[in-house]
Design a protein around this ligand. Structure first.
Ligand code: PMP
Length: 400
């Protein structure tokens, strides 16, 4: 029956982990995976998460089904975290929101909803490059996927002029995907001033902004600062779509906790939109998982846990920033040819190093260091024990 099914290509990111696992050298480093590691290279379960779980255990919770749109306390708290408690759409009860299977599920629900109901376009523009899963998610949702200029290889920074030109030439009404903060894979974010210009342009051209916020708090260590772009667009009166993930900022990767929301005109429109979100979700997976949403909502609604969590988000962000500083200092003091300032200026979990494909290949073969072929490294894979070895190895392959 399946003789005509062709073998699919392996996932480019998960393939890196497989190569890493097969390598037996004790010096090996995996910089492919986008998950936080502590300074011993170990996965990190947040203290606030452990306390939330202990608290939940003490309440002897049931295992009943959640409503289709998820745990109400969770979706309310998630929207508050993103938009801000005082934002007009929340104070006027105009945000339609559903719990989702983490960020991926939120994007997929959003794609499916827009494909079914957005009246002005069926085309979504992604930054070039973008997270590798964006294209298949939106294509499978029934949208046509195109790209806009984002990254400038020459400066290893933002191609702001190209980005603006591309926004200006998009057909009126097109959907534009924006990484809210900590752009994956480049680590290059617009400045607040640039965001303001982007927001004005999008509003002028009547484009539809769809924010992917997978790293709130992870970029700067502060969840409010990282919500700048989202809140700026909303306060300028734009009705955005928003995907949220709690994988990174709460370390809840495998619990699959996220939310999808749409800003609508008023509570009546919100109710209609929400009724259709239910109709999108129901045939996909009926209703979302319980445990992770309970953890997140406990942290977001209990003041003491919230404070502890804020500290832990900052700790993770700061450790990553300190690795950027050390990597930069090492590369410069080793006399590595090239300009490395971008290592420090880039934001979030990833850095686009500018290493070429032959160089990344050489790192794997000669130094047992694994990263994606585009030269992206997960900063979280670096730590006090491997940063010097990594810097020396990079320096060697760049010197050739
Ligand atoms: N968007 C971006 C930009 C991401 O980097 C990720 C995770 N790598 C996601 C969304 C979704 O991740 P998850 O489904 O684990 O929340």
């Amino acid at each position: 029956t399946w003789s005509a099914v062709p073998a699919g290509p392996p996932d480019p990111i998960l393939g890196v982990t497989e190569a890493f696992k097969a390598d037996k050298d004790p010096r090996k480093i995996n910089l492919g995976v986008g998950a936080y590691r502590d300074d011993n290279g170990k996965p990190y379960v947040l203290g606030s998460v452990k306390k939330a779980e202990a608290f939940l255990e003490s309440t002897n919770p049931d295992k009943e089904y959640l409503p289709i749109t998820g745990l109400p306390e969770f979706t309310k708290a998630a929207a508050k975290l993103a938009y801000g408690a005082d934002s007009t759409p929340l104070t006027t009860n105009s945000v339609a929101v559903t719990q989702s299977i983490s960020g991926t599920g939120a994007l997929r629900i959003g794609g499916a909803f827009l494909s079914r109901f957005y009246p002005h376009s069926k085309t979504i523009y992604l930054p070039n490059p973008s997270w590798g899963n964006h294209t298949p998610i939106f294509r499978d949702s029934g949208l046509e996927v195109k790209t806009y200029r984002y990254f400038d290889k020459k400066t290893v920074g933002l191609d702001f002029a190209g980005l603006k030109e591309d926004l200006k030439s998009m057909p009126v009404g097109s959907i534009v995907l924006l990484h809210a903060c900590a752009h994956n894979p480049t680590g290059v974010d617009p400045t607040p001033e640039q965001w303001t210009e982007i927001s004005d342009l999008i509003q002028e051209k009547q484009l539809f902004p769809f924010f992917d916020m997978a790293y709130q708090g992870f970029a700067s260590g502060n969840t409010t600062r990282d919500a700048f772009a989202v809140r700026h667009f909303v306060s300028s009166g734009q009705q955005i779509a928003l995907s949220q993930s709690f994988a990174k900022n709460m370390g809840l990767y495998g619990e699959r906790v996220g939310a999808f929301s749409l800003v609508t005109a008023d509570p009546e429109e919100k109710a209609r939109v929400e009724s259709q979100l239910k109709i999108v979700v129901r045939p996909m997976y009926s209703n979302p998982p319980l445990h992770g949403a309970r953890i997140a909502s406990t942290i977001l609604t209990k003041e003491e846990l919230y404070k502890e969590w804020e500290g832990e988000v900052k700790l993770m962000a700061d450790r990553i920033i300190s690795m950027r500083d050390r990597l930069y200092d090492n590369l410069v003091s080793l006399g590595t040819p090239g300009e490395w300032g971008h290592i420090k200026s880039q934001i979030g979990m990833f850095s686009f190093t500018g290493l070429t494909q032959p160089q990344t290949k050489a790192l794997a073969e000669k130094a047992h260091i694994y990263l994606t072929a585009d030269g992206r490294i997960s900063m979280a894979g670096l730590n006090g024990n491997n940063i010097d070895y990594f810097s020396e190895s990079v320096s060697k392959v760049v010197k050739g």
